[in-house]
Design a protein around this ligand. Structure first.
Ligand code: GLA
Length: 376
C-alpha cells in the first residue's frame, strides 16, 4: 500500500467506499466492495431504536458521521468529515477526522524513547516530534473487518518496526451503538515485544451540526482539577498544574470561547486549547469516569464523555483554517469543531511521573470510552 501511487490509491478507495450510500440499517449497508488491495474496505451505518445513526468504515477505523436529534427531535450530523474517500485521502491537510490514531495518540518528544536499554527512533511528522503514530499511522491504514454490524469489530496488526515502534502489536477496536444513544469504543491490544501504545479516537464534534460555524459558544465542562502544561512544541513539561484561577478551569462549565483569547502563555503555545487535562478519578481502577460534558445552547444537544483513561486532550480545532470543506459543503472554520481525545498523557514514554503506556508481551491493553448524546 505504501508504494501505491496516491492517485491510484484514491481511485480504488473511491470505488470501494461510497459514504453517501450508507443506508441506515442496523446491519452494515450491503457491501460497498473494492478491488485489489482495497477489496476489504466497506462503509456502513448503525442505527438504534431512537433513530440515532453512526457511520463507520474500516479505513482508519473512522467514525464518518453521527446523526443525533436536538431538543425538537431534529437530527443533525454532529461530527466533522467528508462524504467521499478521495477527500479523506487527498485533502492537502489531514486533521484525523473521526479516525483511530495510534500507536500513540498525541506527541512523543523528538520521536524517541528507550525501552529495556534500547533507544527507539520513531517517524517524526510534527516538526521534530512524533504525532498520532507518525507519517503513516493507524488513521491511514485499512483495518481488518472482524465483525460487521452492531457491535462492529475492527482490527489492525501493526508490524514490528512500523513507524519505528518495537513489536508486532495487534489492536482491536469495537464500536457499539446502544439504544441509550451511546457510542461505546472498546480497545484491546497485545504485543510480541515491549512497546508503547496510546490509541484514541479523533472525532471532531460540533453539536450544532458539522459546518455550522464555530464551537466557541458550546458550554464545556471538564472533570479535571489539573492539566499538563506544554512547551513550545506542545510536549508536556512533566508538571501537573492546577486549573484553578486559569483559563483552563472548566470544572463548573463555561463557553469554550469565554477565556480562549485571554493573555496566558499556554494559550499562546496551543493557539487556544490543545492540552491534556488530568481527569479526576481513581487512577488505574479500570472503571469509567466522567471526563467531559458539552452542551450546545441553541440546539440543546448534550454530549458526555466517560472513559477508563487518565487524561483527555481537549483540542478546539485551532489548526482548522477554513480551507477544508466537509459534507455540508460549508468550510470548516478555525475552531469549527472540538475533539475530546481520551488518552494517557502525551509523551508518557519519556515522563517517569506519568502513568505508563508500556505494553508487554503476555499483557492485554484494555480501554473504554463512551460518548453519550441527549438534548434538553
Ligand atoms: C491533536 C493535537 C493537536 C493537533 C490535532 C490534529 O489534538 O494535540 O495539536 O495536532 O491533534 O490537527
Amino acid at each position: 500500500m505504501m508504494n501505491t501511487p496516491r492517485s491510484i490509491l484514491a481511485l480504488l478507495l473511491l470505488a470501494a467506499f461510497g459514504l453517501s450510500q450508507a443506508n441506515g440499517d442496523t446491519k452494515p449497508s450491503a457491501a460497498i466492495t473494492g478491488s485489489g488491495p482495497f477489496a476489504d474496505i466497506s462503509h456502513f451505518t448503525l442505527r438504534n431504536d431512537k433513530g440515532m445513526e453512526l457511520g463507520l468504515t474500516n479505513y482508519g477505523a473512522m467514525i464518518t458521521f453521527i446523526r443525533v436529534p436536538d431538543r425538537n427531535g431534529v437530527f443533525a450530523d454532529v461530527s466533522l468529515g467528508y462524504d467521499s474517500a478521495s477527500e479523506y485521502i487527498n485533502a492537502n491537510k489531514k486533521p484525523y477526522f473521526g479516525a483511530i490514531v495510534g500507536r500513540y495518540g498525541n506527541r512523543i518528544a523528538k520521536g524517541k524513547f528507550t525501552l529495556e536499554g534500547k533507544e527507539y527512533t520513531l517517524a517524526t511528522n510534527n516538526n521534530e516530534n512524533h504525532l498520532h503514530g507518525g507519517v503513516f499511522g493507524f488513521d491511514k491504514r485499512v483495518w481488518e473487518m472482524v465483525q460487521a454490524g452492531n457491535p462492529t469489530i475492527l482490527r489492525y496488526v501493526s508490524q514490528d518496526g512500523e513507524e519505528g515502534y518495537p513489536g508486532e502489536m495487534s489492536l482491536t477496536v469495537t464500536y457499539t451503538l446502544t439504544d441509550d444513544n451511546e457510542i461505546v469504543i472498546d480497545y484491546e491490544a497485545t504485543t510480541t515485544k515491549p512497546t508503547h501504545l496510546n490509541p484514541t479516537n479523533h472525532t471532531y464534534f460540533n453539536l450544532k451540526g458539522e459546518g455550522q460555524g464555530t464551537i466557541l459558544d458550546h458550554v464545556m465542562t471538564l472533570n479535571a482539577n489539573r492539566y499538563t502544561p506544554v512547551d513550545a512544541g506542545l510536549i508536556p513539561t512533566g508538571k501537573l498544574v492546577k486549573v484553578a484561577n486559569t483559563p483552563f478551569d472548566f470544572r463548573k462549565g463555561k463557553p469554550i470561547g469565554r477565556d480562549i483569547e485571554k493573555n496566558h502563555d499556554q494559550l499562546k503555545v496551543g493557539g487556544g486549547f490543545d492540552h491534556n487535562w488530568v481527569i479526576n478519578r481513581k487512577p488505574g481502577d479500570g472503571k469509567l469516569a466522567l471526563a467531559a460534558r458539552v452542551e450546545e445552547p441553541s440546539s440543546g444537544r448534550i454530549m458526555t464523555v466517560h472513559t477508563t483513561e487518565p487524561g483527555v486532550q481537549f483540542y478546539c480545532g485551532n489548526f482548522l483554517d477554513g480551507t477544508l470543506t466537509g459534507r455540508s459543503e460549508n468550510a470548516y472554520l478555525r475552531r469549527g469543531g472540538f475533539c475530546l481525545e481520551t488518552q494517557h498523557f502525551p509523551d508518557s514514554p519519556n515522563q517517569a511521573n506519568f502513568p505508563s503506556t508500556r505494553l508487554d508481551p503476555g499483557d492485554v491493553f484494555e480501554s473504554t470510552t463512551v460518548y453519550t448524546f441527549s438534548a434538553k
